[in-house]
Design a protein around this ligand. Structure first.
Ligand SMILES: [Zn+2]
Ligand SMILES: [Zn+2]
Length: 139
């Protein structure tokens, strides 16, 4: 049996298909119900108001939104923090400027890798030529 500590409460549980223990599962389901109900009746609230009213951490509400369990399409004041800089956003995991920056950084490291690879090939070529020449000399 695959037994593990629950990352949420620390209790030991049999790991099946879930990453957290059954008690936490139930807890989160309850939190979801509370958030869902409150949001349905208070569409104009912000995420911190929602968190305060329901006693559910912003982080957990964020998770509900990101998982698609809670829709914020009809709640115009709800935003959750960008994973990198904390700017309130309403879609994706990061704000647009962080996404752009990350895309750029990824492109740069790609270019770096290509340059390193080209250098390595060139060096191999040179040492190969030297070896060839040495072999010629001792023939
Ligand atoms: Zn747990
Ligand atoms: Zn950001």
């Amino acid at each position: 049996m695959n037994v593990e500590n629950c990352p949420r409460c620390g209790r030991v549980f049999a790991k099946n298909f879930r990453d957290i223990c059954p008690a936490c599962m139930k807890d989160i389901d309850n939190q979801y119900e509370t958030v869902y109900k409150y949001l349905k009746e208070n569409r104009g609230c912000t995420i911190s108001e929602l968190s305060e009213a329901t006693d559910v951490p912003v982080k957990q509400i964020t998770r509900f939104i990101r998982e698609g369990r809670i829709s914020i399409r009809s709640a115009p004041n709800i935003g959750y923090p960008c994973e990198v800089c904390g700017t309130p956003i309403r879609e994706h995991a990061m704000c647009e400027s962080c996404r752009l920056r990350l895309a750029k950084e990824m492109q740069n490291s790609d270019e770096d890798r290509q340059r390193a690879e080209a250098n390595r090939l060139k060096e191999n070529q040179i040492s190969f030529n030297i070896k060839d020449r040495l072999q010629d000399r001792f023939r």
